[in-house]
Design a protein around this ligand. Structure first.
Ligand code: NAD
Length: 421
């Protein structure tokens, strides 16, 4: 597969072209933004617990670093490839620009099913990957973070490996670290919390209240889905459906989210979860179940032209990156759903990652109220800007968000110019 072949890359490319056409973006700027600045492919051989050696393919792509160092997660998932990673890096460029962070876009990953590896094998995989890409990452170059299949422990191993190679401790090389090794309060739940904030902003625009009448379905019960569920449940919303890679569960009167979280902590997967009134459904059924708010928070490309017409939600909050295809967005918009685009909806994670990076550089740590307050204010401003832009250009929120990001990138790229001139 070439760099440009994955559905996600084609989608990101298409979003860029459409927004560029609407706003009249300088074609020379658009041309540069279609390509990643740098892409590294590495092999990651590790010794498995049974003594055999297995090699996995890994990637790190830096899309654009005009505004600052690259920023973006590391994904461990069987579907990871160069093209998907490049598309995700491109989305990170737009996300950081949209919410006004002094950061560029990057992404990395390994094509692996982390559920099939032991803790020791995962540690070996992370450390070898960190070694293979260490020459293009660093606190002033490119700062990874967790994504699908990775977590605070992965970041601690990554930071330790990078620090061993340097000979001194470099906490600023990654964000999403555990608190005891320089992590930030509020980072773990920041993406889900940001999703919940954005749903509240959208509900206000639609004259909706988030309360016990609000039914919410969440596709993907991981680092994004869980805190979003907890936040919305705390506001009184009924979380009627959740899912993971093993399947989905549904209860019209609302699931007991605390119990579901405890279950997943103990037993990993939802497939055997059992409680009175709980029905087991498929991931596909969850996406079209009766609900007011749908949060696709697992993987990309789950809402397509095939199922978009069946989606019932008034608000579709893109917790994941690229969960709705371009064709699906058109259908959802036509059917009256309000879409909160990924580069806005899930930006809470990179915003608090930025706070973690800044706190690490200053060696001065903030309290949780400060962090959540700043997160709320940045997302509120960004939401209002995107909403205004959607009215000004008479376009959906997805295209409006892209226009907002491109405006900032265009200004910065013009000022820096092209080297050599
Ligand atoms: P995670 O690994 O913590 O959770 C992913 C969830 O999706 C799990 O419940 C997993 O079982 C489920 N899942 C995986 N494959 C699936 C499939 N084929 N069908 C249905 N469910 C599946 O990952 P995460 O960090 O919560 O990331 C989820 C999405 O949010 C990704 O698109 C990621 O890029 C995006 N995102 C994450 C962050 C972050 O801070 N973690 C920030 C921004 C965006």
């Amino acid at each position: 597969m070439s760099l440009f072949d994955s559905p996600l890359f084609k989608d990101a490319f298409d979003q860029l072209e459409r927004a560029a056409g609407t706003m009249g973006l300088d074609p020379n700027i658009a041309e540069r933004l279609k390509y990643p600045k740098r892409a590294l492919t590495v092999s990651v051989p590790i010794r498995l617990d049974d003594g055999t050696v297995k090699t996995f393919m890994g990637y790190r792509v830096q899309h654009n670093m005009t505004i600052g160092p690259g920023k973006g997660g590391i994904r461990f998932h069987p579907k990871v490839d160069l093209s998907e990673t490049a598309a995700l890096a491109m989305l990170m460029t737009f996300k950081c620009a949209l919410v006004g962070l002094p950061l560029g876009g990057a992404k990395g990953g390994i094509s692996v099913d982390p559920n099939e590896l032991s803790r020791q094998e995962l540690q070996a995989l992370t450390r070898r990957y960190a070694t293979e890409i260490n020459m293009i990452v660093g606190p002033s170059i490119d700062i990874p973070a967790p994504d699908i299949g990775t977590d605070g422990q992965t970041m601690a191993w990554f930071m330790d490996t990078y620090s061993q190679l340097k000979g001194y401790t470099v906490p600023g090389v990654v964000t999403g670290k555990p608190i005891s090794v320089g992590g930030s309060l509020g980072r773990a739940e920041s993406t889900g919390k940001g999703v919940a904030y954005c749903i509240n902003f959208a509900a206000k625009k639609l004259g909706m209240e988030i309360n016990s009448k609000t039914a919410v379905a969440i596709h993907g019960f991981g680092k994004v889905g869980v805190p979003a569920a907890e936040d919305l449940a705390a506001q009184g919303a009924r979380i009627v459906a959740i899912s993971d890679v093993s399947g989905a569960i549904y209860k019209e009167s609302g699931l007991d989210i605390k119990e579901c979280v405890d279950w997943v902590k103990d037993r990993r997967f939802l497939k055997d979860y059992d409680a009175p009134g709980v029905e087991h459904i498929t991931n596909e059924q969850l996406l079209t179940c009766p609900c007011d708010v749908l949060i696709p928070a697992a993987i990309d490309g789950v809402i397509t032209e095939e199922n978009a017409g069946e989606v019932k939600a008034k608000i579709v909050a893109e917790g994941a990156n690229g969960p709705c295809s371009r064709g699906a967005i058109d259908i959802l918009t036509e059917n009256g759903s309000f879409i909160i685009p990924d580069i806005l909806c899930n930006a809470g994670g990179v915003i608090v990652s930025y706070f973690e990076w800044v706190q690490g550089l200053q060696n001065f740590f903030w309290d949780l109220d400060q962090i959540n307050g700043k997160l709320h204010d940045i997302l509120k401003d960004a939401f209002e800007n995107v909403y205004e832009c959607s009215k000004t250009y008479n376009v959906d929120m997805k295209r409006a968000a892209m226009i907002g990001a491109l405006r900032r990138l265009e200004r910065a790229m013009r000022l820096r110019g092209l080297f050599p001139a």
